[in-house]
Design a protein around this ligand. Structure first.
Ligand code: MN
Length: 132
């Protein structure tokens, strides 16, 4: 079962990304800022982290740098979610160690595409029609 950690302080965005990811078979855990995101990553070792950049307490850039500096979590792909589409912002995201980058506003299905590209599909949902 592919677990995705969603680190995002905006309630509406968390609701939407969680819904679309769960619909596509991923298990979603949530954190509301970079600091609790790091704690959740260390505890659950998710297959992938969706990381908002602008957050209180600790922003997504600092959280990503810390995750990538820790051997326990360094191998987990981090996908940055940011409202800033400028070239220098993209460079900052890459320098922090993010593996991919999605500029907001993010179409929910695009999130699924990027996640699937990096870690493969979520768990297949077996319907009654395909039972033996
Ligand atoms: Mn935010």
């Amino acid at each position: 079962m592919a677990v995705v950690l969603l680190v995002e302080d905006n309630d509406d965005n968390r609701f939407i990304y969680r819904a679309v990811l769960e619909h596509h078979g991923y298990t979603v855990i949530e954190a509301l800022d970079g600091q609790t995101g790091i704690a959740a990553a260390r505890r659950h070792l998710p297959a992938l982290i969706l990381m908002d950049i602008s957050m209180p307490v600790m922003d997504g850039l600092e959280a990503t740098r810390k995750l990538k500096a820790d051997p326990l979590t360094a191998g987990i792909p981090v996908v940055a979610l940011t409202a800033h589409a400028l070239k220098e912002d993209r460079a900052r995201v890459e320098q922090a160690g993010c593996d991919a980058y999605i500029a907001k506003p993010v179409a929910p299905l695009h999130v699924v595409e990027v996640v699937r590209e990096l870690i493969g599909p979520g768990e297949d949902r077996v319907g009654p029609e395909s039972a033996p």
